[in-house]
Design a protein around this ligand. Structure first.
Ligand SMILES: Cc1cc2nc3c(=O)[nH]c(=O)nc-3n(C[C@H](O)[C@H](O)[C@H](O)COP(=O)(O)OP(=O)(O)OC[C@H]3O[C@@H](n4cnc5c(N)ncnc54)[C@H](O)[C@@H]3O)c2cc1C
Length: 413
């Protein structure tokens, strides 16, 4: 397939926007990303990348770069509140590759963003405009008119085949251009930090992910050996008034904190006040497009991160939308087919994430039932339960790998 002269504008150089740009560029599209920040920036800390997403990244030719900056944990140690030993260790590592043909890895967000950005820079047909102050897009019968106020004060205007909002949970594309809903507060906040491995005093295995349950909160911890650090994400329920109060707290104030819990104590002592604070919002809408303007990633479907799938869904989105935008006769039908292919799966993942949030935060005696089920399912129980999630092939090899010609760096548009 040739680059058929299609120009696609994307708002946002996050994981969704950069992955979509790469997938489109492989087909020879002319891609312009409008990013409000002055550089590619990934806030927060670590990211788990499951095989369904990793497969797409591999198809985009990024396998080696990701392997160089990530860890394949051998398993997930699951600790009920105050337990001395894990209830179970869910097997990952080689078993994931054998079953799903792609590894399950953890890495720093900034490292993934860097891999994607460097890959984009190798394509002459991807332009990233940083520091964009505002943009507008109007859909016509034959495409879309785009205007953007750029960092240098100049204004750009262009006609394009499609405009894609990959501008995150508070997407201006969704709210301003499509008249869609604002995001809504989820009732949960996240606390994120990275701390030196050495300061954790053996509380966390150096080659595995650790999942700590507690009444009303939970934590996910995994090593980032390339940075000699451990990523900690701690999640707790919080009322909206407190979550968005005038002065965000410096460190987590946890329900049930009066009960001693050695692992949480070691973590909070090691982290001191170096936490990032994140009230988490979600987006639920089925209006993912109007005419030639559409949404991907968190802009379309931000969800709670309790199955670690938000970025994975954004990556899958990119793999599915790119070939549609290059082959459908017009952008509206590409977006309509995209929504039809994606919405049921995204909703299923959202429900699973919500259910995990409920289970992870249970209080005694309900924890007894939860822990009995986890123990009964055993170290391989998650395979059958999550085959539908991890075994999903977002794009057949031929679709996303693009034409041979574009596999060399800097193909001309
Ligand atoms: C605590 C936590 C842990 C998580 N862990 C995982 C995990 O382990 N695995 C996983 O798969 N997912 C995880 N997620 C979810 C994941 O972080 C998101 O789903 C993912 O980052 C969404 O990517 P995105 O590109 O759609 O949006 P974003 O990452 O938000 O990127 C949006 C981009 O658009 C830009 N932008 C915004 N507005 C404008 C504008 N008006 N003009 C121009 N540019 C604009 C932003 O600057 C940004 O660059 C986690 C989320 C949280 C909160």
């Amino acid at each position: 397939m040739s680059g058929n002269g299609r120009a696609i504008y994307i708002a946002g150089a996050g994981i969704a926007g950069l992955t979509l740009a790469l997938a489109l560029a492989k087909f020879g599209a002319t891609v312009v990303i409008l990013e409000r920040n002055k550089a590619v920036q990934e806030f927060g800390a670590g990211l788990q990348i499951s095989p369904n997403a990793r497969r797409v990244l591999n198809q985009l030719g990024l396998d080696r770069q990701i392997a160089a900056k990530s860890l394949e944990p051998s398993g997930i140690d699951v600790f009920p509140f105050r337990a001395k030993r894990p209830l179970t260790t869910l097997v990952l590592g080689k078993a994931m590759v054998e079953r799903y043909d792609a590894p399950y890895v953890v890495m720093h967000r900034a490292d993934l963003a860097d891999v994607l950005y460097r890959a984009c820079k190798r394509f002459a047909n991807i332009e990233i405009a940083f520091g964009v102050r505002a943009f507008d897009a109007v859909s016509h019968a034959r495409g879309v008119s785009v205007t953007a106020d750029e960092a240098d004060g100049k204004s750009r205007g262009a006609r394009a085949f499609a405009f894609v909002g990959a501008d995150g949970v508070n997407s201006a594309t969704r709210v301003n251009l499509l008249g869609g809903p604002e995001s809504s507060y989820s009732g949960f906040v996240a606390w994120r930090t990275t701390i030196p491995m050495a300061s954790l005093q053996g509380a966390i295995a150096p080659d595995r992910t650790t999942l700590l349950f507690a009444p009303g909160y939970h934590a996910v911890c995994y090593p980032l050996p390339h940075r000699k650090q451990v990523n900690i994400a701690l999640f707790a329920r919080e009322r909206a008034e407190a979550a968005f109060g005038p002065k965000p707290p410096k460190a987590p104030t946890l329900p049930w904190a009066m009960l001693p819990s050695p692992r949480f104590e070691i973590i909070t002592r090691a982290a001191k006040d170096a936490w990032g604070y994140w009230p988490m919002s979600t987006v639920t809408t089925t209006e993912w497009h109007q005419g030639a303007i559409g949404l991907v990633g968190d802009a379309a479907h931000a969800m709670l991160p309790f199955q670690a799938q938000g970025a994975a869904m954004a990556i899958e989105d990119a793999a599915i939308l790119a070939p549609l935008l290059m082959t459908e006769p017009d952008a509206a039908s590409a977006f309509a087919r995209f929504a039809a292919l994606r919405q049921a799966r995204v909703e299923k993942v959202r429900k699973l994430s919500n259910a995990n949030g409920f289970a992870f935060h249970l209080e005694w005696p309900f924890t007894l039932g939860r822990d009995a089920v986890i123990a009964l399912q055993g170290p391989h129980g998650h395979f059958q339960r999550l085959d539908w999630l991890y075994n999903y092939h977002a794009a057949p090899e031929s679709a996303i790998a693009g034409p041979k010609r574009s596999e060399s760096p800097n193909p001309t548009p």
